[in-house]
Design a protein. Structure first.
Ligand code: FES
Length: 147
């Protein structure tokens, strides 16, 4: 099987069977984001305790790239310290810029590497990651204000 076909299969699997879909609850960190280029929206919720992402869920409508990216992202960050989740976001963004990245670190997310060649679709792939970064800054603000 060609690598491209394998990548396509991974993307379609996450699109058709998204992991971690739904909502956590009112007390979770919640970020609503809209992709300005198409109007598609995502809601990301994180449960963070002691700096660790205990749960991550999303809801939204979008193209196969945005949904599979959100699905893989939630899979990748669950159980990780928030700082590590943010480092992963940096690595993912670097991959979208076409930079050489440690694919070991990215795991399945490597399947989205080809998106970097289609500038119009990069926003689709990074939507969920932007939501993660926004959620992390909410967590930071809460911390600054003493929770
Ligand atoms: Fe809307 Fe990709 S086309 S998120």
């Amino acid at each position: 099987m060609q690598l491209d076909d394998l990548y396509r299969q991974v993307i379609m699997d996450h699109y058709q069977h998204p992991r971690n879909q739904g909502e956590i609850g009112a007390d979770a960190l919640t970020v609503d984001l809209r992709n300005p280029s198409c109007g598609d929206e995502i809601r990301l919720q994180l449960q963070v305790a002691d700096g660790v992402v205990c749960d991550a869920r999303f809801r939204g409508a979008g193209c196969s790239i945005s949904i599979s990216s959100a699905s893989m992202m939630t899979e990748a960050i669950k159980g990780k310290p928030l700082a590590e989740a943010l480092a992963l976001a940096q690595a993912f963004r670097a991959m979208m810029r076409g930079e050489a990245v440690d694919v070991e670190q990215l795991g399945e997310l490597e399947a989205l590497q080809g998106v970097s060649k289609f500038p119009a679709r990069i926003k689709c792939a990074t939507l969920a990651w932007q939501a993660l970064e926004n959620a992390a800054s909410l967590a930071g603000l809460e911390h600054e204000h003493g929770g």
